[in-house]
Design a protein around this ligand. Structure first.
Ligand SMILES: [Zn+2]
Length: 390
């Protein structure tokens, strides 16, 4: 396996470690920049970089075209060779699972996606994902290094430190699933984290939040969740960001979590499908998005009211830490202005009227890949190839 420590060694004071860490964190770097950054002598830099280039660890970056989505270092100079190793992201979503394999610059090499039955169990989810993962690995171009870590997004409360799913009500069938079980399924180190947290990490690292230090990402999806980035770091912890369980009505239905009147019982995708389906039989999410795009009055009202509730919940989260940007992601963000406009209106209404710098309110830049790219960022961080908070 070629994690950062496997390649750099575990002595952070060694010249090899210092040079590799500087290139990882600040690359592309010229040899002169590298000497300035590390404080090492030019002759030492020359010797170390020559050895690392001969091993295929460092390479010269070509000038990359400006991209809307930055996934690799830009400019000329030395970079960590992207083909040295790979990482994978796995996103367990609403009835689907998505797998992406990326190089060390987070460029997507292969993706695979499969449908799952509604309320799929941990066993079904793991076996389908492991099959997709094996297919994806088989399709990775020759010469690309092996996957060192898999980041896994799950739509429920996660104890990140203990690497286990908390409870059983929000994610039925996944109670007490652990990172170790995912490691066994994929045959490579796996790290689990909540899906909204990873959507926030994905947008912060590669998407709409990459140029601000403090952002709130709201995932409007099978459940409603939020991920907080504060001073470039994901605020994790057991069950953080669960705004879907903010109470919005004292007389509402009892939520899957056991509380009454949670936001999820009004605005999650299952709740929206149930609300739209009153006069029809089965309704799919794509029917709801299509009817909203066509301006169907009833569906637009249901979706707009839900978006207002989500925006109001987001405003309460904003009052706690005043983010510079609020990023809306998830399948309902695909409805465009029919969702973004009522979401933003309710969010602004909930902020302090005299707020000096209200947050910008934008849609995510990674579309349906926010979460899986967050899982990729988690895998890069866990394997040491992306500095935490970078
Ligand atoms: Zn709840």
């Amino acid at each position: 396996m070629r994690t950062f420590v496997d390649v750099a060694g575990d002595d952070a004071a060694s010249t090899r470690y210092r040079v590799l860490a500087a290139v990882r964190d600040h690359g592309p770097l010229s040899r002169a920049d590298l000497a300035r950054t590390t404080g090492l002598a030019a002759s030492t830099i020359t010797a170390v970089t020559k050895a690392l280039a001969a091993e295929g660890v460092l390479s010269e970056a070509e000038e990359l075209a400006e991209q809307a989505v930055r996934t690799g270092p830009r400019g000329r100079g030395l970079v960590v060779d992207p083909s040295l190793a790979s990482v994978a992201g796995v996103d367990f979503g609403f009835r689907t699972v998505r797998v992406a394999i990326c190089d060390l610059h987070a460029r997507v090499l292969v993706t695979r996606e499969s449908r799952l039955t509604e309320r799929y169990s941990s066993h079904e989810g793991r076996s389908v994902a492991a099959r997709l993962y094996r297919e994806a690995v088989a399709a990775v171009p020759a010469g690309q290094g092996e996957v060192v870590t898999v980041g896994v997004a799950l739509p429920g409360p996660i104890d990140s430190g203990g690497q286990r799913v908390i409870g059983s009500s929000v994610l039925p069938g996944w109670a007490e699933t652990t990172g170790a079980e995912l490691t066994a399924a994929f045959g490579v180190d796996a790290v689990i984290e909540n899906d909204a947290n990873l959507a926030a990490l994905g947008e912060h690292t590669f998407g709409a939040g990459r140029d601000v230090a403090d952002s709130l990402t709201v995932k409007f999806h099978s459940g409603i969740g939020a991920g907080l980035i504060v001073r470039d770091r994901l605020i994790g912890g057991a069950g953080s960001g669960e705004i879907g369980h903010f109470a919005v009505a004292a007389e509402g239905a009892v939520c899957r979590c056991g509380k009454r009147g949670c936001l999820d019982t009004f605005a999650s995708i299952p709740a929206l499908l149930a609300a739209v389906a009153v006069e029809r039989n089965e309704v799919e999410l794509r029917d709801v998005l299509r009817a909203t795009a066509a301006g169907d009055a009833r569906t637009t009202r249901i979706v707009g009211d839900a978006a207002e509730l989500v925006g109001d919940a987001a405003s309460r989260a904003c009052l706690l830490f005043a983010p510079q940007r609020v990023i809306l992601v998830g399948a309902m963000a695909d409805a465009g202005d029919a969702v973004l406009e009522p979401f933003a209106r309710a969010l602004r209404r909930g902020l302090l009227p005299e707020a000096a710098t209200p947050p910008e309110i934008v849609r995510g830049a990674l579309a349906e890949r926010s979460t899986v790219m967050g899982a990729v960022a988690l895998a890069l961080t866990a394997s040491g190839w992306l500095a935490a908070g970078g």
